[in-house]
Design a protein around this ligand. Structure first.
Ligand code: B12
Ligand code: ZN
Length: 279
């Protein structure tokens, strides 16, 4: 299920059952602390968002023509931020298209057509994110890459968007880089966190090899925090029965929002000397 805050219409993440794409109501921490839940006039505000989501989903499934400017205008008029549009609306439709394709309910052509629309929409969403300009030219604290051979880069770009929105300097390298190049980039740029995207469970092992490679190349003087996400990380976490796991210095995340929260927490708590040492 997709959880949205009824009061400010912000996407709050997925919750069990993950197969369901129904929108459920919630209240985010900010609205709760400001006591907005006392104002019941907001209660109906989620209905137009649910209708917008359903309409876009139906168009994708039917293979109907989707006008990107119309979708962007509609999302803006509903007050949906670019991150919420990307993660709360486009991401679940993409994932549902994948499931429907496997069930033989949509054709490859329709799935690819919608994926291409989303690829084009992403640059518009980046342009709509003012925070992007603030981070330009800054040394990235986070580097993101798909592991070698993983061409599922949409998720990584959406994650990049979420981090920029939080003012966290980040750079994503898509579609994917060879293992040695990821190692070299980390050694050269020394980010605090290296985020890797994997599409199947076996690829999770790459995170280890990359981490080890960095450690070897710097003789242990520098090792970034390594985070793993994407479909393969979800499979790994599902097998363990959890949604998030930090195991032997590698963090696995089901949802980008959890990673953003982890990162914010980690950036607030970190020792600034750590940055100087790694600069
Ligand atoms: C779109 C899509 C494609 C597109 C990708 C386009 C692109 N530019 O990204 C194309 C058509 C290229 C493609 C190709 C293939 N695909 Co495909 N694809 C999908 C689909 C339908 C949606 C994926 C997607 O974009 N989701 C939306 C994004 C936003 O979600 P996300 O990727 O999960 O990312 C979010 C989080 O996971 C997280 N995240 C992602 N990365 C990271 C990294 C870090 C560090 C963190 C913290 C978080 C994080 O943040 C993101 C934002 O919230 C899925 C279906 C599904 N159910 O997932 C199949 C799916 C992922 N594909 C699959 C397969 C098998 C393939 C192919 C092998 C098909 C083939 N036989 O050729 C190829 C592989 C190509 C390759 N070598 O990579 C399988 C993978 C299953 C498996 N474990 O093996 C899936 C699950 C479909 C299925 N059920 O069979 N695919
Ligand atoms: Zn709220």
């Amino acid at each position: 299920m997709l959880k949205w805050c009824t009061y400010c219409q912000h996407y709050m993440g997925e919750k069990q059952p993950y197969e369901s794409l129904e929108l459920t109501h919630g209240i985010c921490d900010a609205c709760c602390s400001e006591g907005r839940h006392k104002d019941i006039s907001h209660i109906r505000a989620l209905q137009p968002i649910a209708a917008f989501h359903q309409d876009l989903r139906d168009k994708a499934v039917d293979g109907a023509d989707i006008s990107i400017p119309d979708v962007i205008t509609a999302s803006k008029s509903l007050g949906i931020s670019s991150v919420d549009m990307a993660i709360g609306i486009l991401q679940p439709i993409l994932n549902e298209m994948g499931r429907l394709f496997l069930a033989g309910k949509v054709t490859v052509a329709k799935e690819h057509a919608f994926t291409q629309k989303v690829e084009s929409m992403i640059s518009d969403l980046f342009a709509m994110t003012p925070a992007m300009k603030n981070c330009q030219g800054q040394k990235p604290l986070v580097i993101l890459s798909c592991v070698d051979g993983n061409y599922h880069w949409l998720g990584l770009r959406l994650l990049e968007l979420s981090l920029l929105e939080e003012g966290i300097p980040v750079r994503a390298f898509v579609p994917s880089l060879p293992r040695d190049e990821i190692i070299q980039l980390a050694v050269d740029m020394r980010p605090l966190v290296l985020g890797l995207s994997v599409y199947d469970r076996q690829q999770c092992h790459e995170a280890w090899l990359i981490r080890e490679g960095i450690q070897r190349r710097t003789e242990g003087a520098y090792v970034p925090h390594v985070a793993v996400g994407g479909h393969g990380a979800k499979e790994f976490l599902e097998a363990k029965g959890v949604d998030q796991l930090i195991e032997r210095d590698i963090g696995y995340f089901r949802q980008s929002l959890d990673f953003v929260a982890y990162l914010k927490n980690f950036l607030t708590e970190r020792d600034p000397c750590e940055d100087e040492a790694s600069a």
